[in-house]
Design a protein around this ligand. Structure first.
Ligand code: DP6
Length: 391
């Protein structure tokens, strides 16, 4: 009798926001970067992808992927690379132990959902590819460590390799041609510095103009400033950032975070033709953070921007009144504030120009903090009958 059993496994995976940015590839096929990077993994209570990977000999339609209820292409080179690498590892296990079911030969059915609006313009590819790789690794019962799986997730999307860990994570660029040393590793777990918080000001729900993949290629090809970034600025930022995280030195952490974001966006402006990801709302957010730090007399908040206008502000729980209060004062009408934050009062009063720019451009906020890496779960998006579960 044919084995028509449906095999399945689920995981969640987090979003990460870099404090030393990945920008530039030295190999576009293997997704090998021109520089190392460091990120903070954000809490999955607020932002996470849930993915179920399943396989069955009864699946007659080949490999398939459903993202947020919509069928998604699996034929892309990045998804194919992940499937190929994971299947090769499973084949190795099956070859060594003939009693194992031959899952590697069965079609995959993958169903994935985010707990945050995809339209918020937040980078979801990192959580998405990390969840896809981890879910299939769980399904195949691979013994691979998070660092080993990061090699695979990297080929889906560079930043995804950092979402295989919680806490504070480095992606070491490596120098081998085959990319075997371009992996993520843990700088410090979330528990090392658990009071790190992030406030996200969602400044646009529009899909970004220039994708990261294409933007960074244009920067590599045309920016002179970029050369200095990858040879001098980033190596120095990597060292200082790792020391700052290990020593829990927020002022240093914040300075490098802001300088590195500025350096990355300066390279975008130096790209020819130039690329602009930040807008007037983003610049108002920068000025707001500067006002908060000036009023506090020390650096208690740090801004950073990815390939879009949304601002991520890192701060420590003990400075919540001063930092959050400055924003609740002017953005009390937008959604996303958690209970208790409306009553927070700050000694900082943002000047009218900054306040009105923020009011005009911020559509919602997300309050979150540092969190854990992928978590195996018994929640399934594919039923025992192999059908996608609808919620
Ligand atoms: C600005 O990881 O999305 O967010 O490897 O082409 O998929 P691909 O790019 P992606 O780039 C992220 C760029 C960034 C900085 C960062 O996350 O380090």
């Amino acid at each position: 009798m044919a084995d028509n059993k449906v095999y399945r496994a689920s995981t969640t995976a987090p979003v990460n926001i870099a404090v030393v940015k990945y920008w530039g590839k030295r190999d576009t096929k293997l997704n090998l970067p021109t520089n190392s990077s460091i990120s903070v993994t954000l809490s999955q209570a607020d932002l996470r992808t849930l993915t179920t990977a399943s396989c069955s000999a009864s699946y007659s339609d080949g490999d398939s992927l459903t993202l947020n209820g919509e069928p998604s292409e699996v034929s892309g080179a990045r998804t194919q690379a992940c499937f190929r690498e994971l299947r090769a590892r499973r084949t190795g296990l099956e070859a060594a132990n003939s009693s194992l079911p031959k899952l590697s030969a069965m079609p995959l059915r993958i169903v994935s959902e985010n707990n945050f609006p995809t339209a918020a313009g937040l980078a979801s590819s990192a959580a998405g590819f990390a969840a896809l790789v981890q879910a299939i690794a769980n399904l195949y019962e691979l013994p691979d460590s998070p660092s080993e799986l990061s090699l695979i997730a990297r080929q889906g999307s560079g930043s995804a390799c950092r979402s295989l860990f919680g806490g504070y994570v480095a992606w070491r660029m490596g120098d081998k041609e085959d990319g075997s040393d371009s992996i993520a590793d843990l700088v410090a777990p979330a528990s090392h510095w658990p009071n790190m918080r992030a406030l996200i000001l969602v400044a646009s729900s529009a899909k970004k103009g220039v994708s990261s993949t294409s933007g960074m290629q244009q920067t590599v090809a045309t920016s002179g400033l970029f050369q200095r970034r990858i040879t001098e600025i980033v190596p120095a930022n990597m060292n200082t950032m790792e020391d700052a995280i290990k020593a829990k030195d927020f002022a240093k952490f914040a300075e490098v975070t802001m300088r590195d974001s500025n350096s990355f966006h300066a390279c975008c402006a130096d790209t020819y033709p130039p690329i602009f990801y930040m807008n007037d709302t983003s610049r108002a957010a920068i000025r707001a953070v500067e006002s908060i730090n000036a009023k506090a007399g020390k650096t208690i908040a740090a801004y950073t921007f990815d390939a879009g206008p949304n601002c991520v502000i890192y701060y420590l729980e003990e400075n919540k009144p001063t930092v959050l209060g400055a924003f609740t004062q002017v953005l009390n009408g937008v959604s996303g504030w958690k209970e208790g934050s409306a009553g927070v009062t700050s000694s900082v009063r943002l000047e009218d120009g900054i306040a009105s720019a923020l009011r005009d451009g911020v559509g919602r906020v997300i309050m979150t903090g540092v969190g854990e890496g992928p978590q195996k779960t018994e929640e399934y998006l594919v039923g025992e009958d192999g059908k996608a579960v609808k919620f």
